[in-house]
Design a protein around this ligand. Structure first.
Ligand SMILES: [Zn+2]
Length: 485
């Protein structure tokens, strides 16, 4: 009997993989080209939602307003008996899935491609989507809403309009499946695999006992199918989010109230800080999930797939400089230096700059870096600040960085406060006040500015966490820090 139930399109069948690969290869035809990075705003998606109103497969409803009055929309499609509810970006700085949802809307708007898959999905499912639950947070690219409440901790008090909207729509649908779409930090790894946890899943627990209720089991099986598909594209980069029960969170409560909830977190991917590859993976994951629900292939999936997903661990750093030698009182010590970057939003723009911090020093062999450099045989010392000040931007632009590094400096002083901003694209840091220059040291939580030598000759500088080859300073495309207070 079990054998017969494995229809032609079950997740084990070649056809299922074929469709997923076709989605992968044809993605560029559907990608929403107006969304190019993570810091798009509510106004960007409103334009796209307005266009959906005129398309035949979609129904668009306004379901309420954020604290600052931005419209929150529910977009529906399909006419099947199984209800699927998706919501994205309840945390304003977690937009990867939102972009993928608009790619998916383009997929369903197109009359020609994938007719069988679309028909299967739209006749068996009714799909309801709130993209960008937290538009005020998205405006400033911050996690919380505008009154600094984390919407995903507001289920009990239910104070924010955004959380109320999400709950009201949930109550009106009583959906069979829910997709809770988030981004997670880049520090998460897939177990101890040295790979980022690029996509993490969870079927949230409905109680402290982590009971295996029917809706939760259904979500686990569906996740099993999604993992099987994604293993084609990102093997070794899939993890499981902590299943600790959180009574104030939506996913946990929606599970308790009878919906099979899939938490999907987009994490890091090497060379993809803007997560445009992971956006494509979201698109494939969601369409494959609809496929599994529509043909009920998930029902045959073994729970062991879910159980064997490695846990999220925090073993990733942005940069690891390995095997450097540091000298103290004529003794040598070999150290790795782990560096993380914080993204700082640039006011009223869709851009950001990076500020580095030393995360850890010593034996970092259990960690992995998004970027790693083996510096065996090189010595490291703190980058100093050149004491003689400069007086104009023009003077700064004439500095020969290689000469500066050769003299042991990674920062300069400027005696002219006509310069605006907190960062610069010059390959050295700038202090506007010599009184605020900290003592240069290589120490956790300090900025990462170093001089790196081989046989006493300067070969590299590290400026604000960016490794610069002294022979190739012109190819620098990082940012340094401007300290003005
Ligand atoms: Zn989140």
């Amino acid at each position: 009997m079990a054998q017969e139930k494995q229809s032609a399109d079950s997740v084990e069948s070649p056809r299922f993989y074929e469709i997923a690969w076709d989605l992968y290869h044809s993605y560029e035809n559907f990608k929403e080209k107006s969304l190019t990075n993570r810091r798009f705003k509510h106004s960007d998606i409103v334009l796209l939602i307005e266009q959906l109103k005129n398309k035949k497969n979609f129904k668009v409803d306004k379901v309420g307003n954020s604290v600052e009055g931005r419209d929150i929309y529910l977009i529906s499609m399909g006419s099947g008996k199984t209800k699927v509810f998706l919501w994205s970006q309840m945390h304003g700085d977690e937009p990867t899935a939102t972009a993928a949802l608009f790619d998916m809307f383009n997929f369903f708007s197109n009359d020609n491609a994938f007719p069988d898959l679309k028909k299967l999905i739209l006749t068996n499912l009714s799909i309801y989507i709130i993209p960008m639950v937290n538009p005020d947070g998205a405006e400033g690219f911050q996690r919380r809403n505008i009154v600094e409440i984390d919407l995903n901790r507001d289920v009990l008090r239910m104070q924010t309009p955004e959380a109320k909207i999400l709950k009201e729509v949930f109550d009106s649908l009583k959906a069979d499946f829910g997709f809770n779409l988030h981004d997670q930090g880049r520090e998460y790894s897939a177990g101890n695999s040295f790979n980022p946890a690029s996509i993490s899943f969870l079927a949230p627990a409905p109680d402290y006992e982590k009971s295996l209720t029917t809706p939760r089991e259904k979500a686990m099986k569906l996740i099993g199918n999604m993992v099987t598909v994604l293993n084609e594209f990102i093997p070794g980069h899939i993890a499981k989010y902590s299943d600790d029960y959180e009574p104030r969170a939506f996913g946990d409560n929606f599970t308790k109230w009878g919906t099979g909830v899939v938490l999907l977190e987009s994490g890091g991917w090497r060379g993809d800080r803007e997560k445009q590859f992971l956006r494509k993976i979201n698109y494939i994951a969601l369409l494959s999930a609809f496929h599994s629900i529509a043909n009920e292939s998930y029902t045959n999936t073994d729970l062991s797939i879910y159980e064997s997903i490695p846990q999220n661990e925090e073993l990733m750093m942005d940069v690891i400089l390995r095997n450097l030698t540091i000298q103290k009182d004529s003794a040598d010590y070999v150290i790795d230096i782990g560096i993380n970057f914080e993204e700082i939003n640039i006011n009223d723009s869709k851009d950001f700059y990076l500020r580095s911090e030393i995360e850890d020093i010593g034996d970092l062999s259990v960690f992995a870096g998004y970027e790693e450099f083996d510096l065996s045989g090189y010595t490291v010392e703190p980058g100093e600040t050149k004491p003689e000040p400069y007086h104009s931007l023009n003077e700064l632009e004439k500095i020969n960085p290689a000469q500066l590094y050769n003299d042991g400096y990674t920062s300069v002083i400027m005696n002219n406060d006509n310069f605006q901003g907190e960062y610069s694209n010059l390959p050295f840091n700038i202090f506007f006040n010599s009184k605020i220059i900290p003592e240069a040291k290589i120490k956790p939580e300090e900025a990462s500015n170093f001089i790196i030598r081989k046989n006493n000759e300067v070969k590299y500088a590290v400026v604000n966490g960016f490794l610069i080859d002294i022979e190739k300073v012109d190819s620098w495309n990082g940012n340094s820090i401007v300290y003005s207070k």
